[in-house]
Ligand binder design. Sequence first.
Ligand SMILES: [Zn+2]
Length: 414
Amino acid sequence: MPSAPLQDDRYAAPPARALGDQPVSTLLVTGIAELVTNDPAHPDAEPAEGLGTITDAAVVVADGAVRWVGRAVDAQPADRALDLGGRALLPGFVDSHSHLVFAGDRSAEFAARMTGQRYDGGGIATTVAATAEASDDDLRDLLAARVGELRAQGTTTIEVKSGYALTVEGEARLLRLARELTTETTYLGAHVVPPQFSGRRTEYVDLVCGEMLDACAPYARWVDVFCEPHSPHAFTEDEARAVLAAGIARGLLPRVHGNQLGPGPGVRLAVELGAASVDHCTYLSDADLDALAGSDTVATLLPGVEFSTRSPYPDARRLLDAGVRVAIATDCNPGTCYSTSMPFMVALAVREMGLSPAHAVRAATLGGAQALRREDIGRVVVGARADLTVLDAPSHRHLAYRAGVPLARALDLG
Ligand SMILES: [Zn+2]
């Protein structure tokens, strides 16, 4: 686990750095009507629903990290001050599932689907072709624009997968570009079986587990697979196990796309292999719930996918009641959810998945951090990264209550 800051300066809020022998500059943030800490054990926090909110709060930040958290009346002066004027302050959103590196769009496919055409995952070939035609700089420009979007909506950590090249050199290129903006990079050569391997699935799985993995592993932290028996383009349980085992053997950490289009083996496999997260979880059996509840594997829900594919939403309340750890993420991708907006996902999770506003915010912050096995983000506690998101509203409840209104933005501490 790297302990240094994990995003480059284009992405992370610039920390206050010590210059020469001068001491580190401290910043006191006040005017926080409601601080969401995700630390219900804090002595000033309301424990309700696990958010650990503190009213009329203050935070001291120095050198990119949180140094003090409490009530404003108890705060000591700092070198600099920032008054938020009665706004809510949250841990930055942690978007633990995205496919951000791609070219082209599939708005026509979306429009067709909205008129009744069924989605089966085959449209990825369109994106693979457009991405292959794009230069590295084209893709960098597209990435920068998307990172600008998500940061403007309060996201401070992003996971990025490959999966739109499906060749040895192409997958490595996508991961190399993703690594320029985050260390949360995921090798997803097993996104779909490409058409040129039709009838030769085993050869493609061997490539993903061999030469492609060798080329990609230096740029990846995670290995992922689209394990979905309901799509002919995706991977069976045995194929998925082989892909994940090969990645684990190369030092990558597993995560799984599973149980999206129907009941399946994805959750069971993820728990079996100790995956950090199994993502989608749209169709879960009671046995799946029991397996998740007894594990460290997070169920990451992707409500934007159900929205964009007009599919039934999973019941997130059922997961929480079973004791499962829940995250929500965007799955930002050109086919099934081209949205970078975590506030939109929070609103959908509340309206369509049965989460309370508090539980949805917790899933979008702490849940995402847990899905990435990160202790330094997702909470406002002493020692955590100073990744903070401010709302133009007095409470986290406004994120779902005022859906579609641009309330959230990552706080610039420069
Ligand atoms: Zn995905």
